[in-house]
Design a protein around this ligand. Structure first.
Ligand code: GAL
Length: 416
């Protein structure tokens, strides 16, 4: 069958060459969506393209948060072999834009009115120098907690609304012999938790000063020390096998009732759904206690690498498919994120998705929407990695909180 398809494609290509017509080629897509829930969501995109006669060449690079994917990408570009389209986040997109490596999507964006429907906060990472350089797929946010409802009910635990209530819920689970917190000890996961913990400890002005403005006083403050102390409490309530665990395996612990909570972005919801679980019945989603009015977001986008000339027909078709309202709903329902357009209704989303959309809108209008530090939307990669190193070293007991604060100030000042 594959042979027949290839022969057919070759015939079409020869014909097209003869007539000067564009040929539909495969798109090669580099991404890190390899967990069960992520792969299910990616399938929605693959099928959408296949329905348009565009083949999909999959280039998955496992590793939550995309660090490994970005390393592979750099090697491919250096070798002069950039993939057609690449999943990327925040400052990494702007970085490739600044290097002039990305195709200009302005014609398509104008034709489809992206300026009017994509929220400002996302445009800030999708455009470089007035040019659209990537297609936003979704909006995720990192300050969520995922809980096993039966475990909470069995232990008489209500959804905690502030840090003290969270501490007592965690201690109740520990006393009952349940792992309170499911976590994977990888730098990006430690940092994802830190996003929410720092926001909870210091509030939105502190979060912005520390991670977006990189203000030395905020980075070196007592509030930052409090955030590290809270991380130490969390570290004391994960199971002993946490080190190196993939995020989706931590989610599985909550799904299976082995653990009570996981602090993770809303891609975790994709795992619950993929396991047939229902929000409100089997699992609960709520904002990290003390961050109910804030959202720390990250948006997945697909950058289109310049293949030497203008945007190819396949790249345009991919970008157009990604931005289409029907795809935005179909995809984000499965992925756990919310649409990257402001003009699509959320009524097809489940309760967590609807809350996600409402939180995003209200945080945007009250000035409480901030880029996630952990997922590359607060500061460039060099700074992000410097923060990762300190957060992880502290989480693993190498630094006490006071030392971590001092190291953070130094690391950020060297990296920025
Ligand atoms: C994030 C990405 C999400 C999710 C997660 C775990 O950086 O934005 O889409 O896939 O990593 O892999």
């Amino acid at each position: 069958m594959k042979r027949i398809t290839n022969t057919l494609k070759a015939t079409v290509a020869v014909f097209a060459l003869g007539t000067g017509m564009a040929v539909a080629e495969d798109v090669e897509v580099l991404h890190w969506w390899t967990s069960g829930g992520e792969a299910a969501a990616l399938n929605v995109l693959k099928q959408d393209l296949e329905a348009q006669g565009i083949g999909w060449q999959d280039m998955p690079v496992a590793g939550g948060g995309g660090e490994q994917a970005m390393t592979v990408l750099r090697a491919r570009v250096t070798a002069g072999d950039a993939p057609t389209a690449v999943q990327a986040l925040g400052f990494d997109i702007l970085d490739w834009g600044a290097q002039g490596a990305l195709a200009n999507l302005n014609d398509l964006a104008a034709q489809e009115g992206w300026d009017e429907v994509v929220p400002e906060a996302l445009q800030a990472f999708a455009k470089y120098d007035g040019k659209w350089i990537s297609a936003p797929v979704n909006v995720h946010s990192t300050n969520w907690v995922w809980a096993n409802k039966a475990v909470l009910d069995a232990n008489g635990i209500a959804i905690p609304t502030n840090w003290d209530e969270f501490v007592s819920a965690v201690e109740t689970l520990a006393a009952a012999g349940v792992t309170p917190i499911a976590h994977g000890g990888q730098a990006w996961q430690d940092a994802t938790v830190f996003d929410a913990v720092a926001m909870g400890a210091g509030g939105p002005d502190f979060y912005k000063a520390a991670f977006i403005d990189l203000d030395e006083a905020a980075l070196g403050s007592d509030t930052m020390k409090e955030a590290f102390d809270r991380m130490a409490f969390i570290r004391a309530h994960v199971d002993e096998n946490f080190s190196g665990r993939d995020w989706n395996l931590a989610t599985a612990m909550v799904i299976n009732g082995e653990a009570g909570f996981q602090m993770m972005g809303d891609w975790a919801k994709g795992e619950f759904l993929n396991a047939g679980k229902v929000p409100g019945e089997d699992f609960l989603c709520f904002r990290f206690p003390g961050t109910q009015d804030q959202v720390t977001f990250n948006a997945d986008q697909f950058m289109m690498f310049d293949q030497g000339g203008s945007v190819s027909a396949e790249q345009a078709a991919l970008a157009s498919a990604i931005l289409s309202p029907s795809f935005q709903i179909a995809f984000n329902k499965v992925k756990g994120s919310v649409p990257a357009r402001t003009d699509v209704a959320g009524d097809e989303l489940d309760a967590c998705g609807q809350q996600g959309m409402a939180d995003l809108a209200s945080a945007a209008s009250s000035g409480n929407l901030f880029g996630s530090m952990a997922h590359g939307h607060a500061a460039p990669a060099s700074v992000k990695n410097a923060i990762y190193d300190v957060v992880t070293a502290h989480f693993n007991g190498e630094y006490d909180s006071e030392t971590a604060v001092a190291e953070l100030v130094d690391a950020v000042s060297i990296a920025k």
